[in-house]
Write a protein that binds this ligand. Structure first.
Ligand code: R5P
Length: 292
């Protein structure tokens, strides 16, 4: 990979500063005095005619990171790179993929068309919320390789709890449990609450399967407020589960989400390092080798 990062081969790797776990950083990211973003890729001149892989995390500070991403993609496009692959481990703005109320925006499509328009030929991401399956899809005009972390996350628990029952806390994560004969819970959200934060409270989260005396592994694409997992953990505990082990690809852990999950009865919580946290126990890097 070092050789590729120097631009000496047919591929060039450009790595953001917060992705040092995925390669050697070689992009300068700064702020102008008014807060606008400054980007410099010293290897840009070596990108003409090459396949370029740009690695950039877009969480936290999603808006800032997306602008940086778009600036870098535009510069790469202008540099006559042969193919531009962007690795964005957690894709922000992926959750609003439906219009529920008149006048809303489908931010998932907007973000993909912006990334495509800036010059991206292939976006590589992990357990993207609106895709709900692994593999290659086209969305908003953008080709996306959606890699799932379900296998290493489940293996983390199943290696020590081989008889555990695998479950998803809602239908959206069903693709993460199917191969393991897992079960899905049923989550129903209400209407948007009053106030400045756009949040639809969970009305019910129920299951129609037996967990009494079982170790249960709950897996989801993401933990944000933790509300979904907390309700799922409580449901399992109230129905007599022996232990409840939580896993997700993306751990945003807003507020005290992690502490509240443990207080609700979760025995352990693990996530991947798509977003790096203190409970990242599973690495995304091995899944990226083919893009370098
Ligand atoms: C929703 O459908 C997702 O798969 C997650 O279940 C949800 O985004 C998690 O958010 P929170 O932790 O805030 O409940």
């Amino acid at each position: 990979m070092q050789k590729e990062e120097s631009g000496g081969g047919d591929r060039v790797a450009l790595i953001s500063g917060d992705c040092a776990d995925l390669g050697t950083p070689n992009i300068e990211l700064k702020n102008f005095p008014d807060g606008e973003k400054y980007v410099r890729m010293p290897s840009l001149a070596q990108c003409a005619g090459k396949e370029v892989t740009l690695v950039h995390r877009c969480y936290p500070e999603q808006d800032k990171s997306i602008i940086q991403l778009l600036l870098m993609l535009s510069a790469l496009k202008n540099s006559q790179a042969k193919k531009i692959t962007a690795v964005v481990p957690y894709l922000p703005y992926a959750r609003q993929d439906k219009i529920k109320l008149e006048g809303e925006t489908k931010s998932s499509e907007t973000i993909c068309s912006l990334i495509k328009g800036a010059g991206c030929d292939l976006l590589v991401t992990f357990d993207c919320h609106f895709i709900k399956k692994e593999g290659t899809v086209n969305y908003g005009g953008l080709t996306i390789d959606n890699i799932t972390m379900k296998d290493p996350l489940l293996e983390y628990y199943l290696s020590t709890h081989p008889d555990a029952l695998v479950a998803a806390p809602d239908k959206g994560a069903t693709y993460m449990i199917l191969m393991h004969g897992g079960k899905s819970m049923r989550k129903v959200r209400g209407e948007y609450a009053e106030g400045a934060t756009a949040v639809r409270p969970i009305e019910t989260l129920e299951m129609e399967f037996d967990v009494k005396g079982r170790d249960v592994v709950l897996i989801d694409d993401m933990i944000a407020s933790g509300g979904t997992m907390i309700r799922a953990v409580r449901e399992c505990k109230s129905k007599g589960a022996k232990s409840v082990l939580c896993a997700a690809t993306h751990g945003l852990f807003l507020g005290n989400a992690l502490q509240e999950m443990l207080a609700a009865g979760a025995n352990e919580v693990v996530v991947s390092d798509a977003i790096v946290s203190g409970v990242s126990r599973v690495r995304i890097k091995p899944f990226l080798a083919k893009y370098f």
